[in-house]
Design a protein around this ligand. Sequence first.
Ligand code: URA
Length: 228
Amino acid sequence: MCMCMTGKIYPLPDGRGTVVGAPLISLIISLIIRHAIIPDVNILDELRNEVASCTLCSELADFRTQTVFGDGTIEAEVMFIGEAPGADEDAQGIPFVGRAGRFMNECMAQVGIPRSKVFIANTLKCRPPDNRNPQPEEMDNCSTFLTAQIAIINPKIIAPLGNFGLQRMISNKYKIGEVHGRPIRRRDGLIYFPMYHPAAALHRANLRETIQIDFKKLAKLLKREGLL
Ligand code: URA
């Protein structure tokens, strides 16, 4: 067992130490200190290791093949935030590699946004059984990792994909159908650009064009901001 700085007690499987459950600040400080001591260490890879050993959501930890940390470059100016890994992502350990991911790749290619220049993450790093919706407690548990990813990558634009990403990142009072394709600029300069989840186009064919148009708008925004 581990008494973390929150005062909560978390079980440590196999006696392995982990900072999961500690406040975000202590996670980030520990990563920064390690980076300072060993400059060659990739801080994002360090975080990836923390994610891989997480067992906070025991049902997800038991069910997963592996965690799905995220995909992309630490230098990304745009970060997409999806929902949770599906079966293909769980098998490959990479987000958005199934049907929805292939459609997303197509949309990005059409407007000249290279996947290699963005970072793609999810609200959950583990696949929920039967692809059920992420539960609020699971998203709370995982939010330390998502917030740390955002802090490390420091993107100029965050594009939540679908309601889960939107409500996690911005507010519960928004619905994706009402705010997609419209930039929301924060006072500190960060821009949110909510978009439909690419999987929505697989279930509702009429959203295909809407999503393609929103990717066009995103590319335009990137150009206007000097990021593409
Ligand atoms: N859907 C998501 O939200 N994330 C993935 O990684 C794949 C499908």
